[in-house]
Design a protein around this ligand. Structure first.
Ligand code: PEP
Ligand code: MG
Length: 323
């Protein structure tokens, strides 16, 4: 099987009926690019920049960040790179950033919430990204967006930093896409409104499932509620994809579910445009997608959403379709 997968390394991902789907990789540092190359990644769908902060004794400087972003963009040789702005908080801490002790860190001061409240830190990251943008195809993504105001505020800061750089004579790309993670149910529900203002969505199922099911993703006692195939989750995903397509935008997924071999047929059926996963899952997913027919998978997804009552029923249904 491994040998069969290796042959797919330099191929694009095309379904049995000829639809191209972008198969991208999640990375945490520029060093991970080797794995992306070795596994035939068509893009970087999630660069988790918080590791840059976590691996540093103090806030990484604009210059240090610029170097890391440039290295990734250049390394991908023109292929798209989705860089997610800092997602600290929740379970991720920084020794040099004192965060308040909270009863519910996953519901608290985290990611874009910190960035909007402490804009100096955020603006440094945005400037580094903008400066690096000329070295490849950059897509900037904001995490943990719950409201349109948050998105507008974050994008406003990005545009302000861009204007400042341009007035300083620094070159900035004109083709940067700006999108958001869909990982809070509130955003998934009004995806139609977000779709008018963003360039793309990427669904973060690790958090979307945790917040939808009210089940801490780190707590084993409630892990039985962590149900990617629950019809409620599938309906949210469908709502997001459909909303983006209505506005001519695209939707990707960068949570673990994107590389889950039971979920892939459903997601292909729902029309997901981009799948981002750990590099080691790319080739087997490409192999699976080559065997899937999008019309048949659309029928499967439709049945899962409308006729199945439970996650278990969905799994059974997928098995009958992919035998
Ligand atoms: C997610 O929430 O699905 C995601 C990709 O982000 P993280 O796992 O870093 O929270
Ligand atoms: Mg997340």
């Amino acid at each position: 099987q491994k040998a069969e997968w290796d042959k797919l390394k330099d191929e694009q991902t095309i379904t049995a009926d000829g639809k191209h789907i972008e198969l991208a990789a999640n990375i945490g540092t520029p060093k991970d690019l080797v794995g992306v190359k070795n596994n035939g990644g068509e893009a970087v769908g999630l660069y988790r920049t918080e590791f840059l902060y976590m691996d540093s004794p103090d806030f990484p400087s604009e210059e240090d960040q610029f170097k890391a972003y440039k290295e990734v963009l250049e390394g991908m040789e023109g292929k798209a790179v989705v860089v997610r702005t800092m997602d600290i908080g929740g379970d991720k801490e920084l020794p040099y950033l004192t965060l308040p002790h909270e009863m519910n860190p996953f519901l608290g001061y985290r990611a874009i919430r910190i960035c909007l409240a402490q804009p100096d830190m955020f603006r440094t990251q945005l400037r580094a990204l903008l400066r690096a943008s000329v070295f490849g195809q950059l897509r900037i993504m904001f995490p943990m967006i719950a409201t349109l105001q948050e998105f507008r505020q974050a994008k406003g800061m990005l545009l302000e930093e861009k204007a400042k750089l341009v007035s300083e004579g620094v070159e900035v790309s004109e083709n940067i896409e700006v999108g958001i993670m869909i990982e809070i149910p509130a955003a998934a529900v009004i995806a139609d409104k977000f779709a008018k203002e963003v360039d793309f969505f990427s669904i973060g199922t690790n958090d979307l499932i945790q917040y939808t099911m009210a089940a801490d993703r780190m707590n084993e006692r409630v892990s039985y509620l962590y149900q990617p195939y629950n019809p409620s989750i599938l309906r949210l995903i469908k709502n997001v994809i459909d909303a983006s397509h209505k506005e001519g935008k695209w939707t990707g997924m960068c949570g673990e579910m994107a590389g889950d071999q039971t979920a892939v047929p459903l997601l292909v059926g729902l029309g997901l445009d981009e799948f981002s996963m750990s590099a080691s899952s790319i080739l087997k997913t490409r192999s699976l997608m080559k065997r899937l027919d999008t019309k048949q998978m659309a029928e499967l997804a439709d049945k899962a959403i409308n006729e199945c009552d439970t996650a278990d029923e969905v799994v059974e249904l997928v098995q009958t379709y992919t035998k």
